[in-house]
Design a protein around this ligand. Sequence first.
Ligand code: 6GU
Length: 221
Amino acid sequence: MKIDILTLFPEMFSTVFEESIIKRAKEKRIVEINVINFRDYSKDPHQKVDDTPYGGGCGMVLTCQPIFDCIESIKTEDSRVIMLTPDGVSYKQEMAYSFAKEKHLILLCGHYEGFDERIRSICDFEVSIGDYVLTGGEIPAMILADSIIRLLPGVIEEESHIQDSFNDHLLDYPSYTKPQVFRGMEVPPVLISGDHKKIDEFRMEMRYNRTRERRPDLLEK
Ligand code: 6GU
């Protein structure tokens, strides 16, 4: 898969994809990530990428020309353009699975007050990562890229994502490792019993309880 990230702040991405699992996925050529500064596509003499809003109001609005030219120069039939914006649809694990099937993703990060409305016409999806406001789409783009790359075949053991929280609308069960007692806190005895049927039942019960307490909205699914 190829992921192109369009941003005015490419340096924000200089370390996040250079560690751990994403780094290995790049080394194994499972994913190629390019960070592109769409300011480079501005035809303005001062490389301006934003302007004041028609109708007045505060803040600046990202202009069409640099973003259209940038996207048109890298887009092919196989590309899906995703705009990161607080007014997009809420990002969910199902969307990560669906995006993981694509060959080429273009992630468009905004900053300032927002995008000229006409930029939406060249985007296939508009995604928000939750109900809070961030200064820009860069951190959301990192979140999408991370959640998608880990699903690509060969990046992590297939078995680990079968068990992911959210796959079956339940949160994860609690995990323990050595020692058996730490500061008086004990590992539940069933986990040491060796009875795998009991262990599975215990874990399922913990998942239900935790989901009921913390995320009752998930149980409705
Ligand atoms: Cl995608 N962008 C910004 N600026 N804020 C957000 C967001 C995106 N998702 C939640 N808040």
